[in-house]
Every structure is written in structure tokens, then in C-alpha cells.
Design a protein around this ligand. Structure first.
Ligand code: CP3
Length: 324
């Protein structure tokens, strides 16, 4: 059974924290050798079946004109939030080779060193728009929805502009050697199904259509998206990432023929081994073997002991579906 973990690189590793003492998060992302090193740390230590590029969803926004920093313990902060038609008009299209050469360089370095596939990624339009409009992490996404409802024309312009940037960005990562890509729509679960379908799904479909010819598997993930799974699948990804709230057998029932990825509660990795093992085995049983990629239901929590993740990888690798 294949396994990797969202946010497998980063704060749970002492060797990552040592690098972070010297460099900011965005510096790491913008220095190919350092981004590659951080990407490799969990591959060496955990025995996972895939690497995920070390970067952040906000990295491609800076060259588009978004003044972004990442604040420790908080997340992305944006000094010039996008709140009006003029703000949207000021955003520039993304040209990956000139705007984010360091990302493509990191991908190339990694492909030369890895003996497992490299997963590239991008943030999805709604999730990126939420940071751009709110200016900071938000629980209710109120300003984002206010723009969406009050000015659908400008909203759709922003979604299309982000979709174009994301297509260019993911294509460049795949062309540089990424074997698969994941689109992180972490906050799409804040929307009801009608709004997701009307305001977000068209841009997401454009992204999956726009990279299909390259043949790299396309994974689509969000949190609290139980009510959106069918609508998300209809946008055209190859794999759907599911958070821990939806049992995988239920998810599979609702997504016939589509492989699923997930979905152990990341907090279970902080539990005593016996409790963690029992929960992981439930995930494996409900995933049903074929057509399941084991992962957490969201990112690794910083408090997680890498030794626990390594033991979990071993458990997943040794697990076999029951006969019959
Ligand atoms: O998965 C991986 O190992 C690859 C690295 C990765 C990061 N961010 C590194 C990171 C990936 C895939 C992301 C994506 C990302 N970034 C998402 C989508 C995935 C998700 O978790 O829902 C989102 C919503 C963001 C925005 C963001 N950036 C948040 C919410 C935070 C965390 C804030 C905090 O400190 O708790 C960041 C910063 C960030 N991105 C860190 C890392 C390792 C922490 C940086 C640090 O201080 O060292």
C-alpha cells in the first residue's frame, strides 16, 4: 500500500528546525538547494513512497504582485489584500521560468536524487483567493464570500486569473520532472455545494483540463469537504484526497471508480502506539486496498515524532487486505 504524508517535511524534524534558525520559510522555498534538502529529509527518515516538493501555496503569488510573508505559527500574511476590481486588475500573470525559476530548479535537483516519485503542488483558486482577500488566515472566509456574492464578475475574473497561473505553474513543475501533482483546496469546505459548483468548480475544472495532456496523475484535496466530494470529483481529478471526517468506505461509495487518498486524523499520530495502530488499521480496512493511497486527513502536526511516522509507514507497507 503506497503511503506519503501531507506536510511530511518541516517542523517535526530537528534538521529542519536547524535550517529554519538560519533562514526564513520563504528563503528556504526560494533557495533550490535548501528546498531540495528539506524535501529529502522525510524521504530518508520515514521510508515514504513519494516526496512532496517543499514549498508553500503562496510562493507563486509574490511575483503576481501579492506582498506576502509567512509568519511563524500564523501562516501567510498579505500586506496588500485584494478587495476591489482595481486590485484584481493589478495582478500579473505568472510566467514560471522567469517568476519562480528556483521552484523549477528545486524540482530538477530532486528528480536527479530521488528514487521515489516527486509530487508537485499548487494551492487551488478558492484557497489562494481566501488568503489574498482576507490578507491572513481566516476561519469564516467572510470577506472572501462577501466579494463572491457581491461582485460575481470580479470574483470569476480572479478565479480565472488564478486558474491560468496555476495551470502554468503545475505544467512547469511536471515538465521539470514532477511525477504527479496535488491541488490543495484546503478551505473549499467552507462553501456549501451550490456555491462551490457556481463560484469555484469552473476554475478548478479549467486547471485539471489544462494539465491533462501531460499525463501526470492529478490529486485534489480539501478539508471538511464531505458534502462536496461528488462535486469535486466532477472537476476531473484522477484522485480525491479525503479528510478524516468521512470514512473512506463511504467516500469510495460516493466516488465510484475514483482512487482515494487519506485519511488518518493527524492528531492520532500523537496518541500511544496501540491507539494509533488501531486507527490506522481502520483506515486501511475502510480504504479497501486497491485504489487507496494512505495519507493523513490533513498535514502532519508539528508536535509529531518522526519515529512514529516511520513506524506508521512500516505498518502500512506490511498491511494486506483480508482475503474474500
Ligand atoms: O507537504 C509538505 O511537506 C510540503 C510543504 C508544504 C508547506 N505548505 C510547507 C509549510 C505544503 C504542501 C504547504 C501547503 C499549504 N500552505 C497549504 C495547503 C495544505 C494545508 O495544510 O491545508 C496551506 C493552507 C498553506 C498556507 C500556510 N503556510 C499555513 C496555514 C502555514 C502554517 C502556519 C503555521 O506556522 O502553523 C504555512 C507555513 C508553512 N508552510 C510551514 C511549512 C513547513 C511552517 C513554516 C515554518 O514556520 O517553518
Amino acid at each position: 500500500m503506497p503511503v506519503w504524508f501531507m506536510r511530511q517535511a518541516g517542523r517535526s524534524f530537528a534538521e529542519y528546525r536547524r535550517l529554519r534558525d538560519k533562514h526564513s520559510m520563504l528563503e528556504l522555498c526560494r533557495t533550490p538547494e535548501l528546498a531540495a534538502e528539506v524535501t529529502l529529509q522525510p524521504v530518508r527518515r520515514l521510508g515514504v513512497d513519494a516526496a512532496i516538493l517543499f514549498s508553500d501555496i503562496v510562493v507563486p503569488l509574490a511575483p503576481m504582485g501579492v506582498d506576502v510573508e509567512i509568519k511563524e505559527g500564523v501562516g501567510p500574511l498579505i500586506a496588500n489584500p485584494v478587495r476591489s476590481e482595481r486590485d484584481v486588475d493589478k495582478l500579473r500573470p505568472l510566467d514560471p521560468p522567469t517568476d519562480v525559476p528556483y521552484v523549477l530548479e528545486a524540482v530538477k535537483l530532486l528528480v536527479g536524487e530521488l528514487d521515489v516519485p516527486l509530487i508537485g503542488f499548487a494551492g487551488a483558486p478558492f484557497t489562494l483567493a481566501s488568503y489574498m482577500i482576507e490578507g491572513r488566515p481566516s476561519k469564516d472566509h467572510a470577506r472572501t464570500k462577501a466579494l463572491m456574492y457581491s461582485n460575481p464578475t470580479v470574483w470569476h475574473r480572479l478565479m480565472d486569473l488564478l486558474a491560468d497561473a496555476i495551470v502554468a505553474y503545475l505544467r512547469a513543475q511536471i515538465e521539470a520532472g514532477a511525477a504527479a501533482v496535488q491541488l490543495f483546496d484546503s478551505w473549499a469546505g467552507a462553501l456549501d455545494r451550490d456555491d462551490y459548483v457556481a463560484y469555484v468548480a469552473p476554475a478548478v475544472s479549467r486547471i485539471f483540463d489544462g494539465i491533462q495532456d501531460l499525463g501526470a496523475p492529478r490529486i485534489y484535496f480539501g478539508v471538511t469537504t464531505g458534502e462536496l466530494l461528488e462535486a469535486m470529483a466532477a472537476t476531473g481529478p484522477d484522485v480525491i484526497g479525503v479528510d478524516w471526517r468521512v470514512p473512506l468506505d463511504a467516500a469510495r461509495g460516493r466516488l465510484p471508480g475514483i482512487p482515494v487518498q487519506g485519511n488518518l486524523d493527524p492528531a492520532a499520530c500523537l496518541a500511544p502506539w496501540d491507539a494509533l495502530e488501531a486507527k490506522a488499521v481502520r483506515v486501511l480496512e475502510r480504504g479497501g486496498g486497491r485504489g487507496h493511497i494512505f495519507n493523513l486527513g490533513h498535514g502532519v502536526l508539528p508536535e509529531t515524532d518522526p519515529a512514529t511516522l516511520a513506524r506508521l509507514v512500516d505498518l502500512v507497507h506490511r498491511w494486506r487486505p483480508h482475503a474474500g
